[in-house]
Design a protein around this ligand. Sequence first.
Ligand code: ATP
Ligand code: MG
Length: 652
Amino acid sequence: MSQSQETLSNLLQETRRFPPPAELAESANVTAEAYEEAAADRLGFWARQAERLTWAKHWDTVLDWSNPPFAKWFVGGELNVAYNCVDRHVEAGLGARVAYHWEGEPGDTRTITYAELQREVSKAANALLELGVRKGDRVAIYLPMIPELPISMLACARIGATHSVVFGGFSADALRTRIDDAQAKVVITADGGYRRGKPSALKPTVDEAVKDTPSIEHVVVVRRTGEQVAENPRDVWWHDLVERQPDEHTPEPVDSEHPLYILYTSGTTGKPKGILHTSGGYLTQVAYTHHAVFDLKPKTDVYWCTADIGWVTGHSYIVYGPLANGATSVIYEGTPDTPHKGRWWEVIQKYKVTIFYTAPTAIRTCMKWGDEIPAEFDLSSLRVLGSVGEPINPEAYVWYRENIGGGRCPVVDTWWQTETGAIMVSPLPGVTEGKPGAAMRPLPGVEADVVDDQAQSVPNGGGGFLVVREPWPSMLRTIWGDDERYVKTYWSRFDGLYFAGDGAKKDDDGDIWLLGRVDDVMLVSGHNISTTEVESALVSHPKVAEAAVVGSTDPVTGQAIVAFVIPRGNAGAEVEGEDFVAELRGHVAKTLGPIAKPRQIMIVPELPKTRSGKIMRRLLRDVAENRSLGDVTTLTDSSVMDLISQKLPSAK
Ligand code: ATP
Ligand code: MG
């Protein structure tokens, strides 16, 4: 990364504005006063949010920041996270409320009320105890999107064990490294799950991984697909072990700073880091943000987040935030195009989903498939839409708002990371006037800012680095077993500031726009240009569904812009021709200025993505610079790179 990154050029002008719907604004959970309240007394504000939870022992001090960057929140307090997510709702008479509408990919379903969840989690907690798991032990969880996944997480929380969920798409090697790093005692898995219309096995991967993991004492196996699996001495079936347990268990209060989970970052940029989250502060911020950002009304809303629970979005906004708030959620096991490309919209129609939270990559894929698909379904129950994972291109935002939200639902673009644990920068649906592509303002109680190379706050209209100035309750506490790497990665770039690794700008109103990872920023003829802005310019062309942009070494300009473009499904045959490429180059020049005109545009059928659906620009950079490809292990589908390489023109 270059050191001359004081400013990011501010090229994209987006003038569309969407005020909050009047009805939503009138009854919103959170109003503009929350910003003032938090600004006047930040710690007092968070202390009030912590009162959303039920504490076994009240805390003495809100924040201990005497040894930065190691934070302690709600010091002296004790609580049990699973009790807060399950039991207290049952005790409050809400046992009959649905916690999860679970929809299997083949069409089988399960409806789980809070009372049932309490029994299931208690049984699973008793099962873990029988296996010898104790408070402080680590449990690896490698499951598909089935009810046993949140049940296992909550069972761990209930007995004070620390879970490490590993996304079910990861390889044996990735699983082994994560088990070893955390020294997990038990791994919970399944024979498999359903993906793309057929069973997809998990157990063989676990068998392979645990060959060399001496810390693992037991492998608990859920039967989901019924496919044949090898039975090894350490294996025990979930239905043998869990079903015979008593369905009562008294949750044990733990210290507010007790480790709740380790989650390895998705690996978009390199070697995964074991991000450690603890109990009281984490649950406070996920509960507050879920209430505020989605305007959740637990009695009437049906909430659906399409992320996999294996990512932080699923941890915070399928499991802990929604359950702490007593929400009714949907969990869907499979892929959006099985058995047809309208499956998600069919699920929304079936359960009358009111709040929907997904990722830009999914939205762009639906744009590619065509507007006529969602149009076939009744989506009128929706009232709030959310986005997370990457910057959302303004055109994708508008498409989402119109085609999914019927032009009436606010879109909340939520910026956060595995490390931040909860949403940090986002509009509030009843307060903020939405701007397509902007994450807008730090939430009440969050001190995020954009700074230049010298750590100075940039003026409105300026670009630089996204940082956080003050500790926040759900912040990571360290990298598991590696305090030094924690300090070095996040707290060393700028003295006393948390460095997120993302580029951002402030617009003329001071609102924040995310511009992609700092490592992806391009330096063209002395201008720092964000990949996000050029991609968004390309996506604003009516025939483009998705675009990825990288900087490639250039003798004249230092770096030159190389773009990879996926056309929309209905774009027609001319997208193969030279004229189309010329048209796109002209379109970018017109939208952003001549400086941003790509040197080269390649029309491709697919883009390389991580397993969490993010574009992997570093591989495209290798292609653009004719290098052999770097590490491809976190790629969803490695054949994509062959497809792209075939498209490469031999001459520049
Ligand atoms: P790794 O850290 O292992 O490379 P990752 O950063 O993709 O992987 P996550 O923690 O899941 O892992 O993702 C956080 C990152 O995703 C942010 O740092 C940012 O780059 C991007 N991101 C998330 N939400 C948004 C958003 N609303 N707007 C822009 N970027 C976002
Ligand atoms: Mg990251």
